[in-house]
Structures are given as structure tokens and as C-alpha cells.
Ligand binder design. Structure first.
Ligand SMILES: NC(=O)c1ccc[n+]([C@@H]2O[C@H](COP(=O)([O-])OP(=O)(O)OC[C@H]3O[C@@H](n4cnc5c(N)ncnc54)[C@H](O)[C@@H]3O)[C@@H](O)[C@H]2O)c1
Length: 419
């Protein structure tokens, strides 16, 4: 394979404009990039990144390159690539990119292999597909890998499973565990961009609709509150009693999916789980129900099952497939069941990715210094990095906060004082 594979290199100019537009909203990453350019903390390091190829990711790649790294990028989902961004990274930044929006699964994996051909010292993953291929099919490269980072909840779960099996061959920092990542990216980023994806794909009015949110984790909480803000009647489904109770106290109706399936107009899965919407749910859905997924993999909606139950399937708008069931009722599936915020919209707004990717850049700098002292397991982002990003973000927003007085420091550390 040549040293890039993008849809159309002529789209580069448009991509550059959008990358610059995103950078305006990424002040923390911009500061890191300026410091990296002076200090060169990543000099000589080869990095293979497997991330959604978006304008924000482009700014992360430019930051790593400014720090002296030799970077290649492949997509972390077949439907999340922004082709103009891929073209600009190749054309303007000379960063090899292997990503084409809508690529087949075979091409997706061929691209992952191409990124691994770079013989990385560090991997940067989103969903752990790169790490998984490296450990299963490219074991010859493992001895050269020093460490890695992982962006999302689902990837972190897979890596913990690998570590528990003693299959993980190098240390990985779980970016998702940073508070400045999941508090903001998963909640506000997914919350807003999932609605954006649904609206762009369908142009439906959300007010007055029964909107079913499957999973009340970080992403689900964000989506539920935003759907309510748009006037939807929000129903939550959960398997964790604590999360279910939280959803009840937050004012939502909570019920099993089989009950929600009968009343819902729009369904969104955000669980990281499999077959959350299954055949017995499709069987009772209303005519015209819309289903979408914003969890990492396209397994949350049982599409092969729905296909079996249907007499026909046709694309009625971009990113909207109409399944005609044998009972004559129609179900509309958005974005082939892949992350809808990236399939039909542009992913998270830059302002939240500023913090997620600041964690990526600073964790990588930390790994360059410390990888040799770490074990082959999953680590959290060091607290100092997390706290520092929160401070920098507040400062960039022009917000200052109080500091503890010496008296308060003493009081909070003491146990003698009472009523
Ligand atoms: N779309 C995006 O851009 C984006 C961004 C961040 C994370 N993600 C992905 O979204 C998914 C959720 O992430 P999160 O951070 O909210 O995770 P989380 O662990 O905080 O929440 C997931 C929730 O789903 C619940 N759940 C599991 N199985 C369920 C089932 N069968 N029915 C109902 N609920 C169920 C769990 O109890 C949990 O509360 C992951 O796959 C993650 O990788 C996507």
C-alpha cells in the first residue's frame, strides 16, 4: 500500500479550513502544541494512531508532529472519517493517513495493518482495534512497542480484559478514565453531537416524541438531558440498578426495553453492550420507529436479526435505511447502526475534544519519560495531568476560581474541630 489512502486528495483545501476552524476552540491543545514545538518531547518517536479522522484529531496529529513525533493515522471506524480532513493531513502536513469514509471492513483492517507497518514505539487507539490486531496478527512488532493510550470506554473495557488474561504486552493509559475526558466528552460531547446526528439524518422534530435512551452512563446522561431540553418525553432503560435509580431521581421514566419498545418514537443505544435492541424489541415497535446507536461498536442494534424479520430494505435518505418488516411496519435505522454522531454529523464539538486530546498529548509525553517503569497493564491518566487540564481550560475560558485560605487548608486537614 502507498504511504496514504484517502478518498480524494483534491479535498485538502476544504479540510484545512475546517481544521483551522476547530483549532479556534482548542486553546489547551494549542498551548501544548506551542510548548511541544519548543521542547520536542516526542522527538524520534514513531506513533501509530487509530482515531476518528475528524478536524479535532487533525489538531492532535499536528500537536504530536510539532513535538517531534513521526505520526501515521488510520480510522477507528469505517464510517467516521472526514475525507477532506484526511486529504489535508496528507497534503499539507505530510502525515500518512489511511481512511476513507464508508470503507468496507476489509479495507478498514487493511488500513490498520498499514498503520502498524510504521513499526510504532507508541500506539494511540480508540476502541482497541489497533491494539487487538497488533496482539493477534502482528506480534513480531510487539517488542518494539513501548506503550500506548486508549481513548474510549469500550476500548478500556477490552484492554482490562486483555490485562486480566495476561495478554497485554505493554502498558496503556486509559484516557477515558481522566475526569477531564469522560465528564465532558462523553456527557456533553456525545449528548450534543448525537442529537446533531439524528437531526441531520432525519430532520425530525424532537419535541413531543418519546425518546428512548438505552444506557444511563456518561454518554446516556448527556443525551437524556439534551433530548429533554428539546421537548422530548425521555424514557431510560438500564441494567444497573444504581444508574436506573439515578435516572428515576433525575426525573425520567425507567422501564425494561421490551416496554419502552412499544411506546418509543426514537431509540438510541449508548451502552457498549451487544443486541440491546433485539428481534423481540423490533417485533413490538411502532410503525416508523427510528433507531440509532452512539456506542462504540455497531453491535448494539441487532441488524442481522432485523434484516431477517424484513421483506425489504432501502436507503430513503443519506444515513437512513428503511426496513419493511413482514408485519408491514417500518423501522428506520440511522447510520447503519454505527456511531451516529460521527456517521451523519461531525462528532463532538472541538471545545470538548480540546480536553480529551490534551490528555492524549500529555499522557504520551508522560509515557515517553516513564514507559520503562510501567507494568504491562492499564493505567489511569496521572491526576496532575487531569487537574492541570481543568485549570488550563478554565483559564482559557476566562474563568477564575477561589483558592483555599491557609485557615481552610488547616481546617480541612484536622479532625479535632467539631460543633
Ligand atoms: N459516540 C461517541 O462519540 C462516543 C463518545 C464516548 C463514548 N462512546 C461509547 O459509548 C458507549 C457508552 O460509553 P459511556 O462512557 O457512557 O459508558 P458507561 O459505562 O458510563 O455507561 C454505559 C451504561 O450502559 C449500561 N448498559 C449496559 N448494558 C445495557 C443494556 N443491555 N441495556 C441498558 N443499559 C445497559 C451500563 O449499565 C452503563 O450504565 C461506549 O461504547 C463508549 O465507548 C461513544
Amino acid at each position: 500500500m502507498p504511504n496514504f489512502d484517502v478518498k480524494d486528495i483534491k479535498q485538502a483545501e476544504g479540510g484545512r479550513l475546517r481544521i483551522d476552524w476547530a483549532e479556534r476552540e482548542m486553546p489547551v491543545l494549542r498551548q501544548i502544541k506551542e510548548r511541544f514545538a519548543k521542547e520536542q518531547p516526542l522527538k524520534g518517536m514513531r506513533i501509530s494512531a487509530c482515531l476518528h479522522v475528524t478536524t479535532e484529531t487533525a489538531n492532535l496529529m499536528k500537536t504530536l508532529q510539532a513535538g517531534g513525533a513521526d505520526v501515521v493515522l488510520t480510522a477507528s471506524n469505517p464510517l467516521s472519517t472526514q475525507d477532506d480532513v484526511a486529504a489535508s493531513l496528507v497534503s499539507h502536513e505530510e502525515i500518512p493517513v489511511y481512511a476513507i469514509k464508508g470503507e468496507e471492513n476489509t479495507t478498514y483492517y487493511k488500513h490498520i495493518h498499514a498503520a502498524l507497518d510504521h513499526k510504532p514505539h507508541f500506539t494511540m487507539d480508540d476502541g482497541a482495534d489497533l491494539v487487538s490486531v497488533l496482539h493477534k496478527e502482528r506480534r513480531d512488532l510487539l517488542s518494539g512497542v513501548l506503550a500506548g493510550t486508549e481513548e474510549t470506554t469500550t476500548g478500556v473495557i477490552r484492554l482490562h480484559a486483555m490485562a486480566a488474561d495476561k495478554a497485554l504486552k505493554y502498558p496503556i493509559i486509559a484516557i477515558n478514565d481522566a475526569l477531564t475526558k469522560h465528564f465532558f466528552d462523553n456527557r456533553y460531547g456525545t449528548g450534543q453531537s448525537t442529537l446533531d446526528g439524528i437531526i441531520r439524518a432525519t430532520n425530525v422534530l424532537l419535541a413531543g416524541k418519546v425518546f428512548v435512551v438505552a444506557g444511563y452512563g456518561w454518554c446516556g446522561r448527556g443525551l437524556a438531558s439534551r433530548a429533554r431540553g428539546m421537548g422530548s418525553d425521555v424514557v431510560v432503560t438500564e441494567v444497573d440498578p444504581m444508574k436506573a435509580l439515578e435516572a428515576v431521581m433525575d426525573g425520567y421514566r425507567v422501564m425494561p426495553m421490551i416496554e419502552a419498545a412499544r411506546i418509543g418514537d426514537i431509540f438510541v443505544t449508548l451502552t457498549g453492550d451487544i443486541n440491546v435492541l433485539d428481534e423481540h424489541h423490533f417485533a413490538v415497535m411502532k410503525d416508523g420507529a427510528i433507531v440509532a446507536n452512539s456506542g462504540h461498536f455497531n453491535v448494539e442494534i441487532n441488524l442481522p436479526g432485523l434484516e431477517k424479520m424484513s421483506t425489504s430494505k432501502r436507503l430513503v435518505r443519506p444515513y437512513v435505511d428503511e426496513y419493511m418488516k413482514k408485519d408491514g411496519r417500518r423501522i428506520y435505522v440511522l447510520g447503519e447502526g454505527r456511531l451516529i454522531n460521527l456517521a451523519s454529523a461531525e462528532g463532538h464539538p472541538a471545545s470538548v475534544m480540546d480536553m480529551s486530546f490534551a490528555n492524549q498529548a500529555l499522557s504520551l509525553e508522560y509515557l515517553v519519560k516513564n514507559a520503562d517503569k510501567l507494568e504491562k497493564r492499564v493505567y489511569s491518566v496521572p491526576t496532575e495531568i487531569d487537574q492541570n487540564i481543568a485549570k488550563l481550560k478554565l483559564a482559557a475560558m476566562g474563568i477564575s476560581v477561589d483558592e483555599l485560605t491557609p485557615q481552610q487548608v488547616k481546617y480541612l486537614a484536622s479532625w479535632e474541630e467539631g460543633t
